[in-house]
Design a protein around this ligand. Sequence first.
Ligand SMILES: O=c1[nH]c(=O)c2nc[nH]c2[nH]1
Ligand SMILES: [Zn+2]
Length: 459
Amino acid sequence: MTKPQGLHQTVYAGAFVHSTDLNELEICENGAIGVDEDGKIAFVERNVEDLNAVVEKHGWKSPVLVRAPDCGFFFPGFIDTHIHASQYPNAGIFGKSTLLDWLETYTFPLESSLSSRPKAKTVYTRCVQRTLSHGTTTAAYYATAHAGSTNLLSDVCLQLGQRAFIGRCNMDSLAPDWYKDSSASTAVDDTRETIAHIASIDPEHKLITPILTPRFAPSCSSELLTQLGKLHAETGLPCQTHISENIPELELVQKLFPQYSSYADVYDAHGLLTPGMVLAHAVYLTPKEQALIKARDAKISHCPASNSSLSSGCARVRTLLDQGITVGLGTDISGGYSPSVLEAARQAALVSRHVAMTDGDAAKLSVEEVLYLSTKGGARVMGLDAKVGSFDKGLEWDAQMISLGVVPEGGTMGNVDEGPVDIFGWESWDERVAKWVYNGDDRNTRAVWVRGHKVHQKP
Ligand SMILES: O=c1[nH]c(=O)c2nc[nH]c2[nH]1
Ligand SMILES: [Zn+2]
């Protein structure tokens, strides 16, 4: 992918909402954001009364104008810091299973079946279309152990215009014979093949970046973790894995890696606990592990819907944030049932209230905080905060246009197709945003852009 083709100077006018900090959401009712031909934000104007004067001030001749709907706003694209594209067909299918039996019963058979390229193409195309339609402009994907199908996922993301991190799943241990890497060295060779493929289709990683992906410690030999640690140091590529998701998994790690002091220490000892590492779940981290993660500046992907679905536990997000650890949100399809980061944000808020029932009110996450985690926090987790996550000059235009339903006078049912959020007109802007967080879905996502390119339009 080279310079975006066919872009015009565009002014996005109307309300915009974005996070400036963990606790702070800027809501600008009359804004104008200018996006240049490279898909970058050239100016952000507030309290705009005369749009022509703004355009003139910036010396723009005849830009394209895109207006937010009357009861709507522009919002940064969501960043899903942990999602298994290969598990998308199983979204919602988990019964009463928990992590280790869920992997055996549902997950390995489905992932293994994606050795079929036509099947992988169907699954990946639908997954990317679906997540785009929910406003996900960046996703950190797990594919499968197959290099060929993993490459196909990179192709699909590039073609459909989604910013993505693509990881071939490394697993040479404790998995069925019919679905695992035959050795550490074949696993690394296959991973190198996926890195080379991305270099051939997007050499500058403008949209697609490889991400090293040891599935989790129990499914990797020490030799494989060592080799991936070396590859991480050699290439500087980011890395993702799972950590401390449920109790039997912790016991398994203790059994398999008795020489290490903790789960986090296993990754650390293999050169994998670095600023480029994204650790999903982190439900049962000890204070010592949290301190180690903070010291190494590794990042955490909070996956609340998955943690509830597989009855894994409740991650202590407030504690992690208070330690200064960088946290983002993950849908974790298909441990999680929904491809929507908005749903993950809602679940993060609700799970934090369950935590508050035992730990106290300070654990509660606000609307502002969960929206931060789903955008700017996610960008920091993925090392993208100089590119995306908010509406600041110089960042790329990864954005979604949200519309909320306006209830007509008399309350007729005329416009229920506008989506599940009913705005009566007397709500403050803060309240409108809160209603979107707790009730909204993809029907409210009217259009989505990545690097200035429109990648989804509600039909
Ligand atoms: O939520 C999860 N999904 C997975 O696919 C997986 N593999 C190991 N551990 C895991 N956790
Ligand atoms: Zn996962």
